[in-house]
Design a protein around this ligand. Structure first.
Ligand code: UDP
Length: 480
């Protein structure tokens, strides 16, 4: 190992959704900036999909080392009613001895420890080994600002945020309407809210800086506020680096890939609406039915990744053996697959999203607005129907539809009310055939180009990463 080069260790909390952004950051540091990288992956168990993904994301880099920290059985500490952020906080607390031992056992001690947003409580370990310490927030700058500022709101505001008619004001940012707050802020009496507030405090008190997976053309105002707004700075305190949008460059080939791409090859340019709700998003049976009607009534071509609605049990055959019209599950309108077979393709469970969004036939994306999907859509030049479901997706949807204007959004919140077939039909037409959709398609292509520029040599995100590395190098020199 070249002793001159920085050695960076990055902690990932359990779950593919947390591991992927950490691998992308590690890959970026290793391949574009030639640093030594060790990923410390706290993991409950490594599924074969996880192993495949790890291999695919690291195969071209000889500078990434991965250490897995298996979680001991902590089921006695977890309460079934605990929400996801509470679970993660408990898991990561219990993983700290394993993380410490892993660092201690490394032949070359890392110079820098980066914790992902759920593992900030491990940052004090860096002090024990004279390492610098950073937080990686693989979310928007708007989310990072809201999280860091939440302890101030906590003191200023009484009652539930979601009951307020006034938006939340964060210095320098666009107001955050109460219906768009992220999940951990929905219920202030839930333990996960306390964990979320604590995480935000950790960002500014336990770290030397915050890396955020965003870029200036996507949310310039929020990034500027985090860096320059005096009031916000007095809370954030540490430097902020906008280093995104880091996304996967290629997909793991799925078994459906050939069939899907062959089908897309036969469709006209930008004519297909892709419908998918991320790696785990599901709709209710009623909403699935309305969506099916909306798609059919719009008379547009579509490619729909469909999952069984929560609680449904009658469709096992459909989800294992294919999509024949005879096997249609009951929550799809009768005859839907037969009537739409010339314009639509329905795929059970999973599709090669990266390939699809980069295919010339795709002209729109109904997305749950997970940040990876948003970035992949922008890089593919595809405008969106923003259909947020959970986590911080409502915040992302506001950036997509109100800040960069590359998408439309239902008038009602899909998690609160069923979006009706009429509204879906109209939204699909607005996006796929209207003037507004045309403008958004132009906007998103420009934005996609800017994303590539930001990451290219001398681009804003590239420079920001260089600045972070420079800072670490200077600190390293001072320490020797
Ligand atoms: N994905 C995919 N095929 C699918 C569903 C999801 O390849 O059928 C990928 C997608 O390309 C993205 C990730 O899974 O990289 C989902 O991440 P995102 O942040 O959008 O949402 P999450 O699943 O974390 O809610």
């Amino acid at each position: 190992m070249d002793q001159q080069k920085l050695h960076v260790a990055i902690i990932s909390s359990p779950g593919m959704g947390h591991l992927i952004p950490v691998l992308l950051l590690g890959n970026r540091l290793a391949t574009h900036h030639h640093l030594h990288v060790t990923i410390i992956a706290v993991t409950t168990q490594t599924s074969s999909a996880e192993s495949q993904l790890l291999a695919s994301l690291t195969h071209d880099s000889t500078h990434i080392n991965i250490i897995k920290i298996p979680l001991l059985d902590i089921s006695n500490l977890l309460h079934p009613n605990d929400a996801v952020v509470t679970h993660l906080a408990i898991m990561l607390r219990e993983a700290r001895p394993g993380i410490r031992s892993a660092i201690s056992a490394m032949t070359r001690r890392p110079d820098v420890l980066i914790a992902d947003l759920f593992s900030t409580e491990s940052l004090p370990i860096a002090d024990e080994f004279q390492m610098q310490k950073y937080v990686y927030v693989p979310c928007s700058a708007r989310f990072a600002a809201l999280t860091t500022y939440c302890h101030v709101l906590d003191k200023e505001i009484n009652g539930q945020y979601v009951d307020r008619s006034e938006p939340l004001m964060i210095p320098g940012l666009d107001p955050v309407r109460s219906e768009n707050v992220p999940d951990p802020m929905l219920d202030r009496n839930n333990q996960q809210y306390n964990e979320y507030v604590r995480m935000g405090i950790d960002f500014s008190t336990l770290s030397d800086g915050i890396l955020i997976n965003t870029w200036t053309d996507f949310e310039g105002k929020s990034i500027k506020a985090l860096k320059d707004n005096e009031i916000l700075r007095s809370v954030v305190k540490v430097p902020v680096y906008d280093i995104g949008p880091l996304t996967r460059e290629y997909d793991v080939a799925g078994s459906e890939k050939n069939k899907v791409i062959e089908w897309l090859d036969m469709q006209p340019l930008e004519s297909v609406l892709f419908v998918s709700f991320g790696s785990g998003g599901t709709l209710s049976a009623e909403q699935t039915t309305e969506l099916a009607w909306g798609l059919e009534l719009s008379r547009q071509r579509f490619l729909w990744v469909i999952r069984p609605p929560a609680g449904s049990s009658t469709d096992a055959a459909f989800f294992t053996s294919g999509t024949g019209p005879d096997e249609q599950p009951e929550y799809l309108p009768e005859g839907f697959l037969t009537r739409t077979r010339n314009v639509g393709l329905v795929l059970p469970m999973w599709a090669p999203q990266m390939e699809i969004l980069n295919h010339g036939s795709v002209g729109g994306f109904v997305s749950h607005c997970g940040l990876n999907s948003v970035f992949e859509s922008i890089k593919g030049g595809v405008p969106m129907i923003a259909w947020p479901l959970y986590a911080e997706q409502r915040l992302n949807a506001t950036i997509v539809t109100e800040e960069v204007m590359v998408g439309v959004r239902p008038a009602v919140l899909p998690t609160k009310k069923v979006v009706g077939r009429g509204e879906i039909e109209k939204m699909v037409r607005r996006l796929m055939e209207g003037e507004e959709g045309k403008r958004m398609r132009e906007n998103v292509k420009v934005l996609g180009g800017k994303a590539k520029e930001a990451l290219g040599m001398k681009g804003s995100s590239y420079n920001s990463m260089c600045e972070f590395i420079k800072c670490c190098e200077i600190m390293k020199m001072k320490c020797v």
